[in-house]
Design a protein around this ligand. Structure first.
Ligand SMILES: [Zn+2]
Length: 382
């Protein structure tokens, strides 16, 4: 049924209608009200009190309605309703036919729906995709640009028979192309892979060189690599013999993955991760303990907390410095020497706390040292 909320009202027709002319103003008001109800309800039930109250025999109002299937109807409204139904049908068909033209047989689905359909027809593994790229010399098969020189240092998976035209997501229907060629691509279906690609994929034996890049399927994002490289460099700077992974190795990718988890799962920003990395490798306690990205991730909240506390202290204390008097220099030198002396007494305990990763003990010893130094400085000042 047509549930349209409105109908056309023709003022001239209304005012010149023979029934309306003979109505007084009250009756005209009732008439419009009844018309409205009749439109909304698709007729007024004959047993409704509206009818018994207002449509008395002999009233001009009575002439405006006729009875059908236990309902009072209005011919003018019937016409309006039919007009609207016809119009809706016509425009729906018109819309469909233009859509058909526009899409030319292309099913109108969202991208993820299309991909899901394509995967039902066939899928490929990451390994196949990596091998296929190697077979195509890690170049765009259309323009020949190298993977490393293409936008984002990556090649796109091009579906030879486009997914929207019913192509599958299996490796048979995929070729590596660069971003430029991908965006310039229309629905032309060209297979530009080497003719023997399939045979080579089945018998694939990577060279030693290729193996390392294959294994570290380098899906780690650029950001994660940069941050991993940063922590690796800083750890090496602190201890040249530290065990850290080399870039483009599976181990390095594992390190990258912990950084990725910091971002994606723990919702840390790159800035926060970088701050935690730098702090962890500057702080005397942490630099002996944070020797991997896994550890970094585990301790990230504490690291950030302490890093921000530290920077506040530094900030408060950073008043402009006056040149120091010789007395002051002598005084500071004496304090420094005293601190070294006390620290040397606690050296073995400190290194034990560090080895057992006992941060509380570490802080405790430092508190003792700080107190001893403070006491000495008061003594000096007399
Ligand atoms: Zn290209």
């Amino acid at each position: 049924m047509n549930k349209s909320p409105a109908f056309q009202f023709y003022p001239k027709d209304f005012l010149s209608d023979i029934n309306v002319v003979s109505m007084n103003m009250e009756e005209r008001g009732i008439y419009i009200t009844l018309l409205s109800i009749c439109w909304i309800e698709d007729g007024i039930p004959i047993d409704s009190p509206l009818v018994s109250n207002w449509l008395k025999t002999g009233s001009p109002l009575k002439e405006c309605f006729y009875e059908k299937d236990g309902k009072l109807r209005n011919r003018r409204l019937d016409k309006e309703r039919k007009k609207q139904v016809d119009w809706a049908k016509k425009s729906a068909e018109g819309g469909k036919s233009t859509q058909r033209k526009r899409w030319d047989g292309v099913e109108k689905l969202s991208r993820s729906e299309r991909l899901k359909k394509a995967r039902q027809k066939g899928t490929h593994t990451e390994d196949e995709w990596q091998k296929l790229q190697q077979i195509c010399n890690n170049k765009c098969v259309i323009c020949g640009v190298e993977k490393g020189n293409s936008h984002g240092n990556a090649l796109c998976k091009d579906h030879i028979i486009p997914i929207c035209l019913g192509g599958s997501d299996s490796i048979d229907n995929i070729q590596p192309i660069c971003r430029n060629c991908n965006t310039g691509k229309t629905n032309k279906q060209i297979d530009a892979r080497p003719k023997d690609w399939k045979k080579r994929l089945t018998n694939y034996q990577p060279t030693v060189n290729q193996r390392s890049t294959l294994q570290s399927s380098s899906s780690s994002s650029y950001k994660d690599k940069i941050l991993t490289n940063l922590i690796v460099e800083l750890i090496k700077k602190n201890d040249s013999k530290a065990k850290v992974p080399k870039e483009n190795t599976p181990q390095f990718d594992k390190w990258c993955d912990h950084i990725r988890l910091c971002r994606e799962r723990d919702k840390r920003t790159e800035t926060e991760i970088e701050r935690a990395i730098r702090f962890s490798q500057e702080d005397e306690f942490w630099k002996a303990n944070i020797l991997s990205t896994a550890k970094l991730r585990a301790k990230l909240p504490q690291l950030l907390h302490q890093a921000s506390r530290g920077s506040q202290e530094r900030y408060v204390g950073s008043t402009p410095q006056k040149p120091k008097s010789p007395e002051q220099q002598k005084f500071e030198g004496a304090i420094k020497a005293k601190r070294q002396e006390i620290e040397s007494q606690y050296r073995s305990e400190l290194s034990e706390a560090r080895k057992s990763k006992d941060k509380n003990r570490w802080d405790e010893i430092h508190a003792i040292i700080n107190n001893a130094v403070a006491a000495y400085s008061q003594e000096l000042e007399g």
